[in-house]
Ligand binder design. Sequence first.
Ligand SMILES: Cc1cc2nc3c(=O)[nH]c(=O)nc-3n(C[C@H](O)[C@H](O)[C@H](O)COP(=O)(O)OP(=O)(O)OC[C@H]3O[C@@H](n4cnc5c(N)ncnc54)[C@H](O)[C@@H]3O)c2cc1C
Length: 231
Amino acid sequence: MNIYHPQTPLEAVKLRKENAETAVYLAGGTDDLRLGGAAEGKDLIDINALGMDKIEICGDKLCIGARCTLQDLAECDLVPDFIREAAYFCSSLARRNAATVGGNLGLRRDDSYLAAVLTASEAVLDSMTPHGEKEKKIGEYLQSSCKALIMNIKIDKDRTGWVKRFGNTAASHAAVIAAQSGDVYALSVHGSGLVYGHSPEIAGSLTYVDDITGGAAYKKYLAETAFTLRR
Ligand SMILES: Cc1cc2nc3c(=O)[nH]c(=O)nc-3n(C[C@H](O)[C@H](O)[C@H](O)COP(=O)(O)OP(=O)(O)OC[C@H]3O[C@@H](n4cnc5c(N)ncnc54)[C@H](O)[C@@H]3O)c2cc1C
């Protein structure tokens, strides 16, 4: 395993491109550095000298640095309450203190703490590609295999909405996470992935599977009911 210490986001993303099959970014390391995690047998591109660790208001937007931890997000008064609530879905304080927002999105997990809530919030990612900086809608990023380095996540600063998590315990994998903000609905369903759109009917577009988090029929019921009850 090699470890690289780039000094700029552009250097980091170029390193990842050069080592496409083997490299991952090292942020909080809660996944990268665990046994069987993303970095097992891979090359690490340490992004911890690159800043990207502030939460601030930029005009009418809230700008969240990709290296902010889930605990930073949970504690910050500038962050809308429903997004802070999603950061607390990570029930371990130790992990919230290390795990970053960028790492959470970069993993594209179907039980991601933040994917549904930030997708419903129509977040836009400022990312670094080998060709320079680009903006990307979060939903598009999450449903692609884009390897760009996320630098910041931007949302409207006064965004409101709600998020609901269903799981057997606070510490087990979520079966379903549902979020709504404005007229955008988003669902992360374990074993099925992320879906979003402008109607609660999105719940009907997924293929549900039986797995450790629950039966397919149970998850479908949760996904549909979460939106029905909140309407
Ligand atoms: C016991 C345990 C349970 C967990 N349960 C959950 C869970 O239920 N839900 C959940 O969502 N996560 C879970 N995780 C995974 C993980 O802790 C979090 O998703 C965390 O937010 C990852 O952040 P990190 O900074 O530690 O990422 P790292 O481990 O440093 O990196 C993880 C991945 O993200 C990519 N990455 C990192 N930063 C960026 C960036 N800026 N731009 C693009 N890609 C980037 C890397 O390439 C790497 O592949 C769990 C982890 C553990 C150990």
